[in-house]
Write a protein that binds this ligand. Structure first.
Ligand SMILES: Cc1cc2nc3c(=O)[nH]c(=O)nc-3n(C[C@H](O)[C@H](O)[C@H](O)COP(=O)(O)OP(=O)(O)OC[C@H]3O[C@@H](n4cnc5c(N)ncnc54)[C@H](O)[C@@H]3O)c2cc1C
Length: 577
């Protein structure tokens, strides 16, 4: 711990290997870069991509109507989508899909399931567009096979904790192997940040916002954290309820499954038109009512699905299917699965439709040589809800095209720094690890995480009006000033957690401060005190940057080159989670 054991040098350092980071690595390799990939979890198998497993992705097919995609992105993002990036999506997303398909074929894996020989597309949730089914388990397997046989240098179980810069240019990063305690210094001409989002849910502990915090700390522009981090999930998400919750509003439902009540009646028959429009929220309301009116339990019914649908669902939802088999002892394709109850909760979840590190159309951030892709970047195209495939679409597109721009950048660069091991940035980071490990009589990081989660949840109560947000922000600042410094790490595992909770707390400030700045309701944030979307005053993106240790906010106008945004103040908020 007192010294750096490993110094690794390359053209480009990629941090994170979910869908975006893996696509970025392959794209940089294509352009002949000497690539280093560092991942906190197992190579290619951690983060949101690994959890969401089999899913659907927003991709514009050549036969699609571009104008409709444009309308969907602009309107469904409450006009916040970047129209320049929509143009890129229309032109390039299909190419990225084909690239991934070819990679799968090379390794004997079917990444995109087929229906009658063609890509299988579905209408999911409230998305008017057909997204394409994708087996991300196969994609991740293909990535890991490809990276292993490539020239890339791979490091797993290493958590990057600090980006290094010199004179406004990125020079590398420092990280710790949380099983061996060995510290690594990575030196590169360019860095691609692919560290995913920041979640406050205990079931996704890999993505804790380190990418956001590290980029912010070296002065990168950040953007769109005001777009709300709320995501409505049934509380018992990892039960049979995982299958159930996705059933009506999303994939399984799009493929023809049903939720039936005790009498065997499809609950859709009892849903109001409004509930049908509200997607999963409406479905959950209907479930609750059925149970309250004595028609529960509700059952997941996959029994009558065609065989090819059963096959594809069991592949795409294999983790959930296994779970149902283990927990209920049932085969969901031959027996109905009862849902015991459904309890709504809203959890903050800094996923892709929200903020991240600002990037331009090449993926470069405001720090020279630092690129960002996927959830780590500020999503330039997004829908109201990731279940419409836009998050994965963004990871595929932003990661898949970044190699070209990284290569262009690196071509003009010599290694601009050899961070020496006594560099002040490096020494400070080592001291930070040491202090956490040496602290006695402090607070365990898991307790701190729990305290922070309590401050951020329930999202709809803490983030609904100015008073509640100010109180929430005060609590976060108190937490940062009084509780965080008490973190103690008895071992390396706890050291990792302590470093994570540090990031989560700082991202919490980014979210709540940005929400407070916007005085209207838009995307995921619905204000009781400003219940209307106000295009007259707030047709803008909100960003911030660190300046003299302060978070300084700024706004940027949203381009209207393809779609004119109406100047109106009359769109009342509706729940569309
Ligand atoms: C349950 C669930 C369901 C979802 N459903 C959908 C859906 O239906 N449609 C949709 O479009 N999107 C969906 N999403 C969102 C989608 O999964 C993500 O937007 C997408 O996978 C992001 O990919 P990524 O590569 O940017 O990040 P991730 O896949 O999260 O990868 C980030 C990687 O960075 C690594 N990492 C993090 N911090 C560090 C660090 N400090 N040092 C080194 N490595 C680090 C992590 O270990 C991880 O491997 C869902 C997400 C979840 C959790």
């Amino acid at each position: 711990m007192d010294e750096i054991k490993h110094v690794v040098t390359g053209d480009v350092l990629i941090i994170g290997s979910g869908l975006a980071g893996s696509m970025a690595a392959i794209s940089c390799l294509e352009y002949g870069q000497k690539v280093i990939v560092v991942n906190k979890g197992k190579m290619c198998w951690s983060g949101s991509t690994a959890v969401c497993g089999g899913n659907d992705i927003a991709v514009c097919f050549p036969e699609d109507d571009s104008a409709l995609w444009l309308k969907a992105f602009v309107e469904s993002s409450d006009y916040t989508a970047d129209q320049n990036w929509i143009e890129i999506f229309l032109k390039e997303s299909y190419t990225q899909l084909l690239k991934l398909e070819t990679l799968g074929e090379k390794h004997g894996l079917e990444i995109f399931p087929k229906q009658n020989g063609a890509f299988w597309r579905i209408n999911r949730a409230i998305n008017p567009f057909r997204t394409v089914l994708c087996n991300l388990y196969s994609a991740l397997e293909a990535f890991s096979k490809e990276l292993k046989v490539s020239n890339a240098v791979l490091y797993e179980r290493i958590m990057i904790t600090k980006l290094l810069e010199e004179g406004g240019k990125i020079t590398g990063a420092i990280g710790i192997h949380y099983r061996t305690g060995e510290v690594y210094l990575f030196q590169a001409k360019a860095v691609v940040l692919a560290t995913g989002c920041c979640t406050y849910k205990a079931d996704l502990f890999d993505v804790c916002g380190e990418g956001y915090t590290m980029a912010y700390e070296i002065g990168a522009k950040m953007m769109s954290f005001d777009r709300g981090g709320a995501i409505m999930r049934p509380k018992d998400v990892m039960r049979g309820g995982l299958l159930c919750s996705s059933a009506s509003s999303s994939m399984a439902n799009a493929l023809g499954s049903k939720l039936v009540n005790r009498e065997g009646v499809d609950i859709k028959e009892h849903m109001t038109e409004e509930e049908k429009k509200l997607g999963r929220v409406g479905q959950d309301r209907a479930i609750q009512r059925e149970i309250e009116q004595g028609r529960g339990p509700i059952y997941e019914d996959f029994i009558n699905l065609p065989d090819n649908v059963k096959t594809v669902l069991s592949q795409l939802r294999c983790a959930a299917v296994k779970r149902v088999q283990l927990e209920y002892g049932k085969n969901p394709f031959t027996e109905t699965i009862p849902m015991e109850h459904i309890e709504q909760t809203i959890t903050p979840d800094q996923s892709n439709r929200m903020g991240g590190v600002w990037i331009d159309c090449t993926g470069q951030t405001s720090i020279e040589g630092l690129f960002a892709v996927g959830d780590a970047s500020c999503p330039k195209i997004s829908f109201q809800h990731p279940y419409n495939g836009s998050d994965l679409g963004w990871a595929l597109l932003s990661g898949g095209r970044v190699g070209k721009y990284v290569a262009q950048y690196c071509a003009d660069m010599t290694m601009n720094s050899q961070n020496d091991l006594n560099d002040i940035q490096v020494r400070q980071e080592l001291a930070r690890y040491r202090a956490l490990l040496e602290k006695k009589d402090g607070v365990k990081p898991d307790e701190l995480k729990e305290m922070l989660i309590q401050i951020m949840i329930p999202y709809d109560i803490h983030h609904c009006n100015e008073k509640a947000m100010v109180q929430c922000l005060d609590k976060i600042y108190n937490f940062i000033q009084q509780d965080l410094p008490r973190a103690e790490a008895e071992n390396l595992h706890e050291l990792r957690e302590a470093l994570e909770v540090y990031s989560m707390a700082h991202v919490a400030v980014m979210i709540v401060s940005s929400e407070l700045y916007r005085k209207e309701s838009r995307v995921g944030v619905r204000r009781e005190d400003y219940p209307f979307m106000d295009n007259l005053h707030w047709k803008k993106w909100i960003g911030f940057v660190k300046h003299e240790n302060q978070m300084c906010f700024f706004t940027e106008s949203i381009p209207e080159n393809l779609y004119e945004i109406p100047d109106e103040v009359n769109t009342p908020f509706v729940t569309r989670l």
